[in-house]
Design a protein around this ligand. Structure first.
Ligand SMILES: [Fe+2]
Length: 423
């Protein structure tokens, strides 16, 4: 056999989708045999009565619960540790997460440490952490996403900010994948427009990066199935999920941002977020997400419209989308037809005279339509910051290995310069 991989896997989260699906949480908890759970909830959802509603559903099902809601938007290792400590004092046989990616990732890490112990850094991706692998499955985690963005309900990853090191990174293992995503469009109303915009652009990047990622069979064969990474590269199954999520973003994202009560648009973006999560949870993201971690991790001075946080920070979706046009300009010649397909689905019509600019242009138009920042300059970065961003991005080798072309510091320098201002 050659040195190339010849196998890919699909290990998707179970999905329950539709208006009223959240009402079935009690039934699902009973099905999984859960009697006492830790509810990890975004406190901003109190204003819509969502937390009380979910608690009433659990109480009616006879499930005891403790609520943890000290969630930080874009969690830090410190905020995750608070969830771990809380969990240690409130034993549970399972977890329910109600919120966006930050909430779901907090629940994933609390679950991981409650089952396998140790320190959070033990499990963080190397070389930043030790990359320890959990030896056995975690407790059940049911996710009820509310932001139609991260797709975290469908992935094996939790993202964290390590302020002392000025970087963001992740913990990634197949056992981190939630047991069930209950995706209820009625929960999508809760997100402010700015949150829907950033989250939706994250969906779009998940889908496009996955779709154009290096094919699974052009990556090295792992020494054993245990060494096969969660992010395996594009493959015919992941492509289906990614393509549909690009199409949904093209059709519904701008509408979802304009009107929070447009439940068709918000709900379809929510489904698209989970579908893109299944796609990228299998294929993987690469250049824009590698750059996003230092962009969000180095400087915390941007205040995004729609977010209630009292600290400056770059919402994940914006940290990703700002380098997407230049990244896909660079990757174009690895697979031109895939880039054009993505541009066509995003535009919703055929592209006349397709070329390397077709996809970057379509993304820039979408960024403008939803009020995204124009580039890394708008997030507080100048040319002098580019070397530090390159350093941070080059540490994300696990992601960069999935890019369809080699990524060197020189390549990133060009991409970041083009990304200072996209228009
Ligand atoms: Fe993302």
């Amino acid at each position: 056999m050659s040195g190339f991989e010849s196998v890919f896997t699909l290990e998707a989260t179970q999905l329950k989708f539709g208006a009223g699906a959240a009402e079935e949480l009690g039934w699902e908890l009973a099905r999984l045999g859960l009697k006492r759970v830790m509810l990890v909830a975004d406190p901003a959802l109190h204003t819509q009565g969502l937390v009380a509603r979910i608690e009433a559903i659990m109480a009616k099902a006879g499930v005891a619960f403790t609520r943890f809601e000290d969630i930080r938007v874009e969690p830090t290792i410190g905020s995750l540790q608070r969830a771990v400590d809380f969990c240690a004092g409130h034993p549970a046989d399972g977890f329910v997460a109600l919120g966006g990616g930050s909430t779901i990732d907090t629940a994933k890490v609390a679950n991981l440490i409650s089952v396998h112990g140790g320190q959070i850094m033990d499990y963080v991706n190397p070389p930043i952490g030790l990359g320890k692998k959990p030896a056995s499955p975690l407790k059940p985690l049911i996710c009820l996403p509310t932001t139609s963005g991260s797709g975290s309900e469908a992935t094996t990853v939790a993202i964290l900010d390590i302020p002392e090191m000025h970087l963001k990174t992740g913990i990634s293992h197949r056992y981190m994948r939630p047991s069930l995503a209950i995706v209820d469009p009625e929960l999508a109303r809760a997100a402010p427009s700015g949150v829907a915009a950033a989250a939706g652009l994250d969906v779009l990047c998940h889908a496009i990066e996955s779709y154009i990622s290096k094919p699974f069979n052009e990556r090295p064969r792992p020494a054993s199935p245990d060494e096969r990474p969660p992010y395996q590269g594009s493959n015919p199954v992941a492509d289906i999920w990614s393509l549909k999520a690009i199409e949904f973003s093209g059709t519904f994202l701008a509408r979802a941002v304009r009107d929070g009560n447009d439940t068709e648009a918000r709900g379809t973006m929510m489904l698209g977020a989970t579908m893109a999560g299944i796609g990228f949870g299998t294929a993987g993201v690469h250049i824009p997400h590698s750059c996003a971690y230092p962009i969000a991790g180095i400087r915390h001075i941007y205040h995004a419209p729609g977010y209630a946080a009292d600290h400056g920070f770059v919402p994940h979706g914006y940290s990703v989308i700002v380098t997407a046009p230049a990244s896909f300009r660079y990757t174009y010649d690895a697979c031109p037809e895939k880039h054009i397909t993505a541009a066509r689905l995003l535009r919703g019509h055929e592209i006349s005279e397709p070329d390397a600019e077709s996809l970057p242009r379509a993304i820039i138009d979408m960024m403008k339509a939803v009020g995204a920042p124009s580039g890394i300059a708008a997030l507080g970065y100048g040319e002098a910051d580019i070397p530090a961003i390159i350093d941070g991005a080059m540490k994300q080798q696990r992601l960069l290995a999935g890019a369809p072309k080699p990524v060197t510091p020189g390549v990133l320098d060009r991409i970041l310069r083009e990304s200072l201002n996209n228009w």
